[in-house]
Design a binder for this molecule. Structure first.
Ligand code: NAD
Length: 423
């Protein structure tokens, strides 16, 4: 599925792709058609205007969205992105995916997403703060710790979450850290949140290898993208004995037959801004990275990179989707035909939202858990979700991508059917 950071698909095409996958899951699971019609429309859509005054006195007006898709399984949960091309269809599609991602992990959350169509790269910090506070004010009636809990997404970070928390708290007249997750650790954020998504990718990759009888110790792994998700996935997998033979970033890719030293590579990237030029490694093209003779391939950069043509050349036995929507629909079919085991994005990269869930619990209880506790609980959640997907796959005789959707859509549908329609 596509439609993440790089916006390869239009919002409309992205929404159609998401709806198609939900429809297929509904059919496979024999869920009544009227439930699909119900799930097709978000429960609430809010569109707001966000005027801000610049230093020179001029006014710009931005458009902001919050789409609350389903709260059948719990309060709405989902990130807020600041990106020039954000539109209603894209935010709606992402809100729906959040519903199913939370359901796949059995988190007591529904799904939502927010966005402001703006380009943070051209805005000052003060302007971003003003946009954030005004946007928060405009949606303050429909968010809340038991209603809808936002989180960071593309071009929003811990500082933006702190502004959301502060604005909401000022409006309510008391500190409400539990209204948002992804805050700085010293302001109620969760230990281990930064590494949680990469750690989750590592755990699901480990489980996939176990299932296929591939020893992780010595397994060769290639990773596209060496940002938050890619670097932490690499670090945790190499700690388990896997050999990270290639990684890439937006500037290019590096390869080492013996395996790259990930801690040193992280320092190298920090000091030079790229993985290129890492001592002892040879530079390869990104296309070569995808075609390497490896056991595991982890796309952890942008969407839509494993196209039909790329998939035809993939030699990995496992593709673990760290990024959102890295494989096109056609690419996915080719991988399936080649019997490549796909760990679908909504399962593989769900470590982040799961750590967000832990942050929310800690905030509600005014507790602060150590990193080890967070990672242990995260591992348990990821292992259980993986095994649920494999059970569904075997029971329904479908691939992993259909299995995760059947599992999550069935969970949401059951909740909807049980709750019924009021009045
Ligand atoms: P990031 O910005 O930290 O890192 C992205 C990395 O990809 C960078 O190293 C960048 O150089 C590289 N990159 C960009 N374009 C590339 C290209 N064409 N070829 C190779 N490398 C390229 O982002 P991130 O937080 O690691 O997110 C990566 C993906 O994971 C995104 O799809 C995101 O939506 C998804 N995701 C992230 C989280 C999270 O918690 N960070 C959670 C769920 C999903």
């Amino acid at each position: 599925m596509s439609g993440g950071d790089g916006q390869v698909l239009s919002g409309k095409a992205f929404l159609e792709t998401v709806l198609k996958s939900v429809k297929k899951a509904v059919e496979l699971a024999n869920i009544p058609q009227d439930i699909y019609e119900f799930l097709k429309i978000p429960k609430r859509i809010v569109i707001v205007s966000i005027p801000i005054k610049h230093k020179d006195g001029k006014i710009s007006n931005y458009i902001g969205y919050r789409v609350q898709h389903s709260d059948a399984l719990g309060p709405y949960k989902g990130g807020i992105r600041y990106y020039p091309t954000v539109d209603l269809d894209e935010v709606t599609a992402l809100a729906m995916l959040m519903t199913y991602k939370c359901a796949a992990l059995s988190l007591p959350f529904g799904g939502a997403k927010g966005g402001v169509a703006c380009n943070p790269k051209t805005l000052s910090l003060e302007e971003i703060e003003r946009i954030t506070r005004r946007y928060t004010h405009m949606i303050s009636d429909i968010i809340g710790p038991y209603v809808d809990i936002p989180a960071p997404d593309v071009y929003t970070d811990a500082r933006v979450m702190a502004w959301i928390m502060d604005t909401y708290s000022q409006l309510k007249g008391r500190q409400v850290p539990e209204v948002v997750t992804g805050k700085p650790v010293y302001l109620g954020g969760c230990e281990g949140r930064e590494e949680a998504t990469g750690f989750g990718v590592c755990i699901t990759t480990r489980e996939a290898c176990k299932l296929l009888g591939i020893p992780l110790k010595g397994a060769r792994i290639a990773i596209q993208g060496f940002g938050n998700v890619g670097s932490y996935a690499a670090l945790h997998l190499s700690n388990l004995g896997a050999k990270i033979v290639a990684v890439s970033d937006s500037k290019g890719a590096v390869y080492s037959k013996e395996g790259l030293n990930i801690e040193r590579l992280i320092s190298h990237k920090k000091s030079t801004g790229t993985v290129l030029g890492f001592p002892g490694a040879t530079q390869i093209s990104e296309r070569e990275l995808f075609e390497l003779n490896v056991e595991v391939l982890i796309p952890a950069a942008i969407e839509g990179v494993i196209t039909k043509e790329v998939a035809e050349k993939v030699r990995a036995k496992v593709v673990a989707e760290g990024a959102n929507g890295p494989t096109t629909t056609e690419g996915s079919l080719v991988l399936q035909e080649k019997e490549v085991f796909i760990v679908p994005d909504i399962l593989a990269n769900a470590g982040g939202v799961t750590a967000s869930y832990f942050e929310w619990i800690q905030n509600l209880q005014r507790e602060h858990w150590p990193r080890d506790t967070v990672l242990k609980m995260l591992e348990e959640k990821m292992v259980k979700a993986f095994s649920d997907v494999v059970d569904t796959m075997k029971k329904m005789e479908v691939g992993t991508r259909d299995a995760v959707m059947v599992l999550s859509v069935s969970r949401v549908a059951l909740a909807v059917q049980t709750l019924g329609i009021w009045p």
